[in-house]
Design a protein around this ligand. Structure first.
Ligand code: 13P
Ligand code: ZN
Length: 275
């Protein structure tokens, strides 16, 4: 038995590998965090270091995450290496009672640190935990190619992206009926982009970072990965459609069609984005 045999750690590693296989994680691109349950922590605790490392301030704070434990990818670490070399590529951090600092209790060996986007993940966890009554546990950032490509040509509005994605794959309105949020281009890795993203995550399960990538949330690895996969697939279709037709779209899913999908699948579509 090893820590990598525990279900939450196994699931985390599998998701990293799935993202790598999709081509969304060139070099150290992207990051993943998982908010552990009490049972997860109890199962992993026997493998924790004898002495936890120093507390490190995050530059952001959340009362509702005080005392939580997160599995996180490491900063500068490659998703490609998570499965063959977990101890250097990922780790477990504990959050202090003030909800403003982390310390490493397992992994991130030889001086590694949690992802540079930990502040964004942390604030998104805080907002999504509150928005879902505690159900949300996964935050995932990937460099999804076609989503990024669209941020060069579509207006950087929640409405433009939500409509384009809904119209490019019939299942999209069912998977993210509230739409997606869009953040303008910002310097990655700090408190500013963390606050801007978490504002979007109050309304949406997913946020797009212009010229950078995608952030998604979910209650478990399957749902969060499935959301990223659905959004990127839809973006890929839209990119192909625009490329094939030189910008001409002869027919699409009309607004009343979107309403019909929502009605039959029992979801509440965000009417702000419909004409
Ligand atoms: P990290 O290697 O620090 O996780 O950064 C990768 C990334 O995608 C930054 O947005
Ligand atoms: Zn990134």
């Amino acid at each position: 038995m090893a820590i990598t045999d525990i279900a939450c750690v196994k699931g985390f590693i599998r998701m990293c590998n799935d993202g790598w296989l999709q081509g969304w994680h060139e070099r150290n691109g992207g990051n993943l965090t998982y908010r552990m349950t009490e049972e997860d922590v109890a199962a992993c605790r026997p493998y924790f270091d004898a002495t936890p490392r120093e507390w490190v301030k995050m530059g952001v704070q959340a009362d509702n995450l005080a005392g939580e434990y997160f599995i996180t990818t490491g900063s500068g670490k490659y998703f490609r290496n998570v499965e063959p070399d977990p101890i250097h590529s990922m780790g477990i951090v504990e959050i202090n009672a003030a909800g403003d600092s982390w310390r490493i209790v397992w992994g991130l060996a030889d001086g590694a640190k949690p992802t540079s986007e930990f502040p964004s993940h942390f604030m998104n966890h805080s907002v999504r935990k509150a928005a879902t009554g505690g159900a949300n546990r996964v935050i995932y950032h990937c460099h999804a190619t076609n989503v990024i490509a669209l941020t060069y040509i579509l207006p950087l509005t929640d409405r433009a992206f939500s409509r384009a994605l809904w119209q490019s794959a019939t299942e999209c309105p069912v998977v993210f009926p509230e739409g997606v949020g869009v953040c303008p281009w910002m310097v990655p890795g700090g408190a500013d982009i963390a606050m801007a993203t978490s504002e979007k995550m109050k309304t949406y399960q997913a946020a797009i970072w212009a010229q950078h990538g995608l952030f998604v949330s979910g209650p478990d690895f399957d749902t969060a990965f499935g959301l990223a996969h659905t959004i990127e697939k839809s973006a890929e279709i839209y990119v192909k459609v625009l490329s094939m037709g030189g910008g001409l779209i002869r027919q699409t899913i009309e607004d009343d069609d979107l309403r019909a999908i929502a009605r039959d699948f029992g979801v509440q579509l965000n009417e702000d984005f419909l004409d």
